[in-house]
Design a protein around this ligand. Sequence first.
Ligand code: RIB
Length: 342
Amino acid sequence: MVVTVYDVAQATGLSIASVSRALNGRPGVSAATSERIVKIAADMGYQPNEVARSLVAKATQTIALLVPDITNPFFPELVKGVQSVADEGDQLLLLLDAPSDPHRLADRLAALRRKQVDGVIVVASELDSADDDLFHGIPGVFLDRAGSGSAPSVSVDQEQAAYLATRHLISRGHRRIAHVLGPENLAVSALRRRGWERACHEAGLPADDDLVFHGDFLEEGGFHAAEQILDARDGITAVFAANDLSAIGVLACCAARGVSVPEDLSVIGLDGIELARFTAPALTTVAQPIRELGERACALLLDVISGAPAGDVVLPVRLIDGASVQAHSGDGGGSPTNGGQR
Ligand code: RIB
């Protein structure tokens, strides 16, 4: 197992900043504490890279975080996690938007390199945007999805998260489950569709294109997808939306059309944003550990900057059983998409 600064901090009960200072011989930690940290790190097999450490002295103590859509409540929670560890590491955090166009994103990273930031964390959402060239030689970490090169990443298992959401509906008796897709140009959308398909196929249920409805990761897209689902009139009794904002759009459309959730239609989302607790009914969702994703991404970047070994981190998701899913017996229970007949 690769021992990281994060692991040494966990073992000593001290902050990542204190551990990083002690291991890099920087002031700000008492001699006794520094000695204790160095000994524990050595006992754990922590191996810093001497060459990279020599570069730390020229550090600007500034890192950058690039996220695709700061208006989505998922990202402010993620930023809080990154910020908390950046503060501990005495790093100034620059927050920028991650342009969806890969060329503009690359230009932004090149500009950050010219500013000599110490490292970058990128939520590179586009299908083909997450390769090492993106970093232009700056220490970098991908967040929310794995990269295609050697740069480490922090994420959940996106396909498995979607599988668990769909399995929850299947375990409650649903047999025709619609999927509101994320934006088709994003890597996570394809992974989540695959998780929905795997759960349906394993249970011998359909996962055809006529059960897939386009979304945009926003309420608007979820609302329009729900209009099509409710007009489809083909026995759909449940919806798995690729993220919580899309699911909230589905709830809004059902409310506007007099369709009861979960009595007439069950709805499950993915993310676990705070807002999902306060919808009517409260949204059932598969929650990502959003704050911890940010914390771990920043801790991993500090490792990369200091030259410590750094590998991918995959965090677990958990089901939040709200009130938007109920069992479907399949006999007598109507569906909003077939006029109530079985
Ligand atoms: O809701 C925003 C989505 O963008 C989240 O699911 C997150 O994983 C990112 O991909």
